[in-house]
Design a protein around this ligand. Structure first.
Ligand SMILES: Cc1cc2nc3c(=O)[nH]c(=O)nc-3n(C[C@H](O)[C@H](O)[C@H](O)COP(=O)(O)OP(=O)(O)OC[C@H]3O[C@@H](n4cnc5c(N)ncnc54)[C@H](O)[C@@H]3O)c2cc1C
Length: 514
């Protein structure tokens, strides 16, 4: 990410900005400094004849290291941190039967499996030195009534593009290259989640291939415990999902507000901003983003509103007035849902895919460190001061960074704590500590960034819940079972026992059978 991208926080470009990028160049490969990286399991080297039997039995493609150009792209994750990992094969499945065949083959040959959709796992858990089972080509999207059927390999670019053309959408995330599978199974934060719930909250049914290579459909009545676990339990734990069914909502206009403040005003702005979770109607969602990069820290606040623009404007201007601060800019615009979600991609959807994954795609991979926190109560002045002091310290140490704080509550909190595996229903604010680096950053630089971001969790521990978002999976969190799942971990283990008792699907922070 270069300076221009980092600073271009206009509402129209919010999504692309969040997706990193910059010119791609070959990363310097250094040995990993962080140990708790993907458990690559048993590694076996198979013969060409053995691979041929797999090729003969799948409709999709089996990409091997000998397929030089396709392999050099197919093996890569979104994060450049995992470029040193070379899978023995990437199986690009064409249907659920291919997934079955690939699972059987991997088990027979004791190959570690990494399921992959969009490849954005922060921990690199969708790559392996065994076999990547890639569902990217299972990307059909269709709509019947208000039920959207979405293949597990669909990217958010295509989800927003195809659904909004039909006047509907689902609540989903802000980075267009993210895959629907990882996003949904971890929860799914996005700009309409206070109004419509998390991505997983609109899920109606899932088709999944289990560790026994059986295709099953689960919903509220069939395999209901598994359906519960797939809504917040995180990807890569229970099987390989091939298809989701979501309840779609009408995609009407969105009014976007955005204001920039001096960092001197951070405490005043944040103190008021966090109260909006209780004050604003569910139709209004907001982010507070302290950023420290290229010229010192500053604060950006933005709101995405589904209610009438006049009502939203009154509430937004009240918020600005309550802070007592004078923003250096304060803008407002109303656009179609499609324009807001796709931004500049609206006119060229094809290019808004990763260049490594799609012909014609221009989005670049990224290097970054990230961690997260949740807050169930207002952060008191001492906590905000501690956050500010840490930002100032990192800035004066020469580290760039940003904190992406989402306003939660609303519909997310209206769903019972036990209804899905997602455990952070009571949180009013989430924080993602994010340090973007140039894609050519070395692994040592990325690991330093990761440690810095994880360090925010210790700073904020007196006020946070101790929870962390499984979709911002952080290999440095040691009590991850509690952090990602809280009291739900035991029930998740019971589901794991039932559907994957021998732990076929495992990674560095995967749910273990009880
Ligand atoms: C730049 C960026 C922006 C982001 N923005 C948001 C945001 O706005 N909101 C939000 O909530 N999150 C966001 N995320 C986090 C994102 O939701 C997670 O990284 C998510 O897990 C990515 O899903 P994926 O399918 O792209 O990744 P993958 O790496 O393919 O998968 C993630 C995990 O799920 C497993 N998995 C993948 N496919 C399947 C499958 N079919 N069946 C079973 N398991 C599977 C993988 O093995 C891995 O463990 C962002 C991430 C990045 C890098």
């Amino acid at each position: 990410m270069d300076r221009r991208q980092f600073l271009s926080f206009s509402a129209a470009s919010i999504f692309l900005t969040a997706c990193g990028g910059g010119e791609s160049s070959a990363p310097e490969v250094t040995p990993p400094l962080i140990d708790n990286r993907p458990d690559t399991g048993v590694v076996s080297k198979l013969t060409n004849e053995q691979w041929q039997t797999l090729k003969d039995n799948v409709l999709g493609r089996v990409i091997l290291p000998t397929d030089e150009q396709p392999y050099s792209l197919a093996r890569l994750s979104f994060s450049t941190r995992f470029d040193h990992i070379y899978p023995q094969a990437v199986v690009k499945c064409a249907n659920a039967q291919d997934v079955q065949t690939a699972i059987r083959f991997a088990k027979e040959h004791e190959l570690h499996i990494a399921p992959r959709s969009g490849s954005h796992s922060y921990g690199g858990y969708s790559t392996t030195e065994g076999m990547i089972i890639d569902v990217a080509d299972l990307n059909d999207i269709s709509l019947q009534g208000d039920i959207a059927t979405i293949g597990s390999g669909a990217r958010l670019t295509d989800v927003y593009d195809q659904l909004t053309q039909q006047g509907v959408s689902i609540p989903a995330g802000s980075c267009l290259s993210v895959g629907i599978a990882g996003l949904t199974m971890g929860g799914g934060f996005g700009v309409v989640d206070r109004a419509h719930g998390l991505t997983c909250d609109t899920l109606q049914a899932v088709e999944i291939v289990t560790a026994d290579a059986e295709i099953i459909s689960c919903d509220a009545n069939n395999h209901s415990e598994l359906f519960w676990a797939l809504r917040g339990g995180g990807g890569g734990n229970f099987g390989i999902v091939t298809q989701f069914k979501f309840k779609a909502h009408e995609a009407n206009g969105i009014t976007v507000f955005e204001a920039n403040f001096s960092f001197d005003d951070f405490e005043d702005v944040f103190a008021v901003w966090q109260t909006l979770a209780e004050q604003w109607p569910n139709e209004m969602w907001a982010q507070c983003l302290p950023t420290w990069v290229f010229g010192g820290p500053r604060v950006n606040v933005r709101a995405f509103c589904l209610n009438p623009a006049a009502e939203a404007e009154t509430l937004w201007q009240n918020f600005i007035a309550q802070t007592g601060a004078t923003p250096s800019s304060n803008t407002q615009s109303t656009s179609s849902y499609r324009s807001v979600m796709l931004g500049t991609c609206e006119s060229n959807v094809a290019s808004c895919h990763l260049s490594t994954q799609f012909e014609g795609g221009t989005m670049q991979r990224s290097a970054f460190g990230a961690s997260s926190d949740f807050f169930n109560s207002l952060i008191p002045p001492a906590g905000v001061r501690a956050l500010k002091a840490e930002i100032e310290q990192q800035n004066s140490d020469g580290h760039n960074g940003m904190i992406i704080m989402n306003l939660l509550g609303g519909k997310i909190d209206e769903i019972g704590e036990g209804e899905t595996a997602y455990p952070h229903r009571k949180a009013i604010v989430s924080a993602e500590y994010y340090l973007p680096l140039h894609p050519s950053a070395s692994n040592a630089q990325i690991d330093t960034a990761q440690a810095k971001q994880n360090g925010f969790r210790q700073v904020m521990a007196p006020w946070s819940t101790g929870g962390a978002y499984v979709n911002y999976i952080d290999p440095l969190i040691t009590d991850w079972q509690q952090a990602y799942y809280g009291e739900h971990y035991q029930k998740l283990q019971a589901v794991k026992n039932q559907y994957d008792p021998t732990n076929v699907f495992n990674h560095g922070q995967s749910i273990l059978p009880a």
